[in-house]
Design a protein around this ligand. Structure first.
Ligand code: ADP
Ligand code: MG
Length: 234
């Protein structure tokens, strides 16, 4: 029987996922045979101490890295064994990333940072301007579209990064320590924004963090310790 995307209930599935790094002649097993099953439209925190494997997991799920072994299905599509070029093309269409240090290009305005992402994702020229304006509005920064990152607060810069992650209409957003450089109040604002995005757009968000702040915002917590999931709480 053929399956279509509407049959797919899982946003993210991983089976026996392993990632071993070679480092200075020794092996570091960052992910140790990890299994995952996350439904569509969930806001999930990936928690764990520094070095527990959060970044490695997100990078593998989003196609920035490939696992040493194991399977990854994103909306039913296997991605672990794609070639580098296939993975990049897939990622640019399907995944949005948000990073701790915002990752905005300093010489470009908020609008231009987002427009560039749309260009990279292959959006036709005539769709880029309205879509960039739409996502800037979604994050409440209409008046800041023409400002460059250094003219904005950390919270505003992270909002631009959230808008950029949304721009290509991804089904999956991966946020690595997205509140890591923000003060408590600003972290709450970003968490609120992410929560609203999950509710309104049916996207799935995985947020890696070691911050207790997130507990009241997420649907689910995956606790990582030394490359294993030690607790899966809903
Ligand atoms: P976290 O994001 O939870 O801090 P990481 O995924 O960054 O954890 O790291 C998990 C483990 O893998 C750590 O032991 C780390 O030192 C190791 N590691 C991460 N990246 C590399 C790399 N590029 N080369 C070698 N070891 C790495
Ligand atoms: Mg990390």
């Amino acid at each position: 029987m053929s399956s279509t995307i509407t049959d797919v209930k899982a946003a993210v599935e991983a089976k026996q996922l392993r990632r071993v790094y070679q480092s200075a002649g020794r092996e570091v097993e960052a992910l140790k045979s990890l299994d995952l099953d996350i439904s569509v439209g969930r806001f999930v925190a990936v928690k764990g101490k520094s070095g527990s494997g959060k970044t490695t997991l997100l990078n593998c799920l989003g196609g920035l890295d490939s696992p040493t072994s194991g399977e990854i299905l994103i909306h039913g599509r296997p991605i672990a064994n794609l070639s580098e070029a296939e993975r990049t093309a897939w990622r640019q269409k399907e995944v949005g990333f948000i990073f701790q240090a915002f990752g905005l290009l300093p010489t470009l305005s908020a609008y231009e940072n987002i427009e560039l992402m749309l260009r990279i994702a292959g959006f036709p020229r005539r769709e880029r301007r309205p879509r960039a304006q739409e996502v800037i509005k979604m994050v409440g920064l209409d008046k800041w579209a023409n400002h460059r990152p250094f003219e904005m607060s950390g919270g505003q810069q992270q909002r631009v990064a959230v808008a950029r992650a949304l721009a290509n209409r991804p089904n999956l957003i991966l946020a690595d320590e997205a509140t890591g450089e923000l003060d408590t109040q600003t972290s709450y604002e970003i968490l609120d924004l992410l929560r609203n995005i999950v509710q309104e757009q049916n996207v799935t968000i995985l947020l890696a963090t070691h911050d207790e702040l997130v507990d009241g915002y997420v649907d689910e917590v995956l606790q990582l310790s030394d490359g294993r999931i030690v607790q899966d709480a809903r």
